[in-house]
Design a protein around this ligand. Structure first.
Ligand SMILES: CC(C)(COP(=O)(O)OP(=O)(O)OC[C@H]1O[C@@H](n2cnc3c(N)ncnc32)[C@H](O)[C@@H]1OP(=O)(O)O)[C@@H](O)C(=O)NCCC(=O)NCCS
Length: 183
C-alpha cells in the first residue's frame, strides 16, 4: 500500500482517492438508489439534489480538521467512482469507525473486503489507531460478511439511526484492536 495522508491509497485492484466535489456526480449515481441507502447510516432517501456535493465538501473539511478520511473508490483509470469508504476518528483520535457503500453493479467482486482491509492497514499503520470498529445492520448479511472477512470480531449489537428508513435499526458491532490485526 502506498499511502500518505493526502495521497491516494492503492489496493490490489483499486485506488482510494480522498473524496472531493469532482467525485460528486458519479457518487450520486449509486447513492440515490434505495438498495444502497437502506443499509447505511448516512445516506438519506430520496437523495436530495446537492447532497453528494455537500458530502464531498464535508469530507474535505473533516480531513483538514483531522476528524477522519472519506475516500472515493475508483478503478485504476480513475474514470468512475465505484464506491465510497471512510474511517471516522473519535475525538481523542485513538479509534476509528469504518463505513462504506458501493454501486450495485460492482457487488460480489470482493471490492468492499479489499478496501476494508486497506483502510484497516491505513488506520493502524498511518493513523496509529488503537482500535477500529464498524457497525452493520443485522439484516445486512453481505456487510456483516465483509467485516468478518476483513478480520473484525463481532462484539455485540446496538440500535443506530438509519436515515433512509427514518427510524433506528438493530446493528451488529464489530471491532479490531491493533494487537489483533491479521490483515
Ligand atoms: C455490503 C456491500 C458493501 C458489499 O460489497 P461487495 O463489494 O459486494 O462485498 P464483497 O464482495 O467484498 O463481499 C461480500 C460478501 O457477502 C456475501 N453476501 C452477499 N450477499 C449476501 C447475502 N444476502 N447473505 C449472505 N452473504 C452475502 C458474498 O457472498 C461475499 O462473501 P464471500 O466472499 O464469502 O462469498 C455492498 O453490497 C453495498 O454497498 N451495499 C449497500 C450499502 C451498504 O450496505 N453499506 C454497508 C453499511 S454497514
Amino acid at each position: 500500500m502506498q499511502a500518505g495522508p493526502e495521497r491516494t491509497i492503492a489496493t490490489e485492484r483499486l485506488l482510494l482517492e480522498p473524496l472531493v466535489p469532482a467525485h460528486a456526480l458519479a457518487l450520486t449515481r449509486f447513492a440515490r438508489l434505495w438498495e444502497v441507502a437502506r443499509y447505511t447510516a448516512s445516506i438519506p432517501h430520496p437523495y436530495p439534489p446537492g447532497c453528494a456535493e455537500a458530502f464531498a465538501k464535508q469530507a474535505v473539511e473533516r480531513r483538514r480538521g483531522g476528524g477522519g478520511w472519506i475516500f472515493a473508490v475508483v478503478p485504476p483509470d480513475r474514470r468512475d467512482v465505484l464506491g465510497v469508504a471512510d474511517i471516522t476518528l473519535s475525538d481523542d483520535r485513538r479509534s476509528g469507525e469504518l463505513g462504506y457503500a458501493y454501486a450495485p453493479w460492482t457487488w460480489g467482486n470482493g471490492y468492499a473486503t479489499e478496501v476494508a482491509r486497506a483502510l484497516i492497514r491505513f488506520g493502524f499503520d498511518r493513523l496509529r489507531l488503537d482500535l477500529i470498529g464498524a457497525y452493520a445492520m443485522v439484516e445486512n448479511a453481505a456487510s456483516c460478511r465483509v467485516l468478518a472477512k476483513a478480520g473484525l470480531r463481532r462484539i455485540g449489537e446496538r440500535t443506530l439511526p438509519a436515515p433512509a428508513r427514518g427510524r433506528d435499526i438493530l446493528c451488529e458491532a464489530y471491532r479490531m484492536v491493533w494487537t489483533e490485526r491479521l490483515v
